[in-house]
Write a protein that binds this ligand. Sequence first.
Ligand code: NAG
Ligand code: NAG
Ligand code: NAG
Ligand code: ZN
Length: 505
Amino acid sequence: MYRLLPLVALSSLAGASIIPQQPLAGSSNPEAPLISDSKELVSSSALEAHITKENLLKRAKQLYKIAEEGAPEYNHPTRVIGSQGHISTIDYIYSTIADLGDYYEISNQTFDAVVGNVFEWRLVLGDTEPESVLPFSLTPPTKNKDAVFGPLVLVANDGCDESDFPSEVNGAIAFIKRGVCPFGQKSALAGKAGAIAAVIYNNERGSVSGTLGEPSKYHVATFGISNEDAEPYIEKLEKGKIIPSSAYMDAIVSKAPTTNIIAQTKGGDPENCVMLGGHSDSVAEGPGINDDGSGSLSLLEIATHLVNYKVNNCVRFAWWAGEEEGLLGSDYYVSQLSEDENLKIRLFMDYDMLASPNYAYQIYNATNAVNPTGSEELRNLYIDYYESHGVNYTFIPFDGRSDYDAFIKHGIPGGGIATGAEGIKTKEEAEMFGGKAGDWYDPCYHQLCDTVDNLALDAWVLNTKLVSHSVATYAASFEGFPKRTGITARASSELSLYHGPKLVM
Ligand SMILES: *[C@@H]1O[C@H](CO)[C@@H](O)[C@H](O)[C@H]1NC(C)=O
Ligand SMILES: *[C@@H]1O[C@H](CO)[C@@H](O)[C@H](O)[C@H]1NC(C)=O
Ligand SMILES: *[C@@H]1O[C@H](CO)[C@@H](O)[C@H](O)[C@H]1NC(C)=O
Ligand SMILES: [Zn+2]
């Protein structure tokens, strides 16, 4: 784990770089502005005017070509972390910014990402194999990647406390109800109690799968099953019957380095930054041109045009790695900020999936009641924009599914927009936005078909203009935007169901 350019150095570098490059003394025109001042101040209308469908589409096509570099190893295009597709995505972003000259300070932030792979699994409870069985992401294998045998043992309450695990769990398969605490905590407590595997059954209809999250040495191979499948077993166990069972999981959890790219304007007040981010990685299943090619390319396109303008406040762009593995890049970034550096970030804007083919214009419902103060002012900027452009919008939960999570948990106001993933468009929304009711907003979400054809270009252009507006607004002024007063975490003490795209509890 190392950092090639310490992020804490950014501000001092930025401070140094706005020193006039040429002395005015001797100049025939003493009124001649400094080079850095000769640019006009950024404005929304000026920055938005640079955004075209052609430019965005050209970048999307290039990104797809880059995803194809992942094909030799994965048999199809992908930009998942560790793949050549992702390495080349990072190179593309880095070199595009580097080619702009000295307007930005670019830094690579390399960190160890935890990656998991489940190859094969089997769970037999009594003499049946429940149909709804799914492995959890980041599950360890069963011992020696072999089948293990033991009775199924019911865990009391929610399995969130050591005392919920009876001594019979030792050498057995722990049977735990979903809810109240993260899956990873249940798995670790099962392991601590000596379980050889764990099965978490859903507390609502349908099957359950998610991620165990940050690996623990106590984690055991963990499966999810539906509530319906679990019921007959629970009944038997409550009557004191013994259910001999077996579990098999062939999986690996490993660490590999990956890199966030951060680009910050050298101009503008380095003590007051507007920060925005998209994620550079895709899932292994596909090329991720909408998720999050759209958001990360919007940022790249805007960064290339911002160089024509002067900014009053610093603008910091981020391209996160490992979002799909559980917000790894943004988590790492925020964890490395000193208090001083944290306070320089006035707000963070998340741009993840801006061109879903069956889109809705979605705004994260980020309010000051439960999020750091300023989140609501940002939300209102998006509302005003859609309203003034005569388009409809909806609010969506600000529930931890993308890279804003670490920021709001560390007291930094946040928000963002999106166009929808695997959610289903309602009839009302089809009236509001067009498209097809009953279908996913992005029918190719996390699939092979998330290609250049999976982009709604009209939505992408409008949203990229909105992103430009958000950048220009805060780059010019924070007037009326709440000051940071300290690192007060998100007020809500409730744990969120998500941390990234996968369920965590
Ligand atoms: C940062 O990463 C880019 C893209 O991979 C690479 O080209 C560049 O050399 C790296 N910079 C440093 C200072 O290591
Ligand atoms: C937005 O969040 C606030 C609480 O922060 C809640 O009162 C409100 O109902 C939410 N609105 C929507 C449309 O979800
Ligand atoms: C906004 O939604 C309403 C229905 O709620 C619809 O009648 C109207 O046409 C929509 N506006 C646009 C610009 O699509
Ligand atoms: Zn995404």
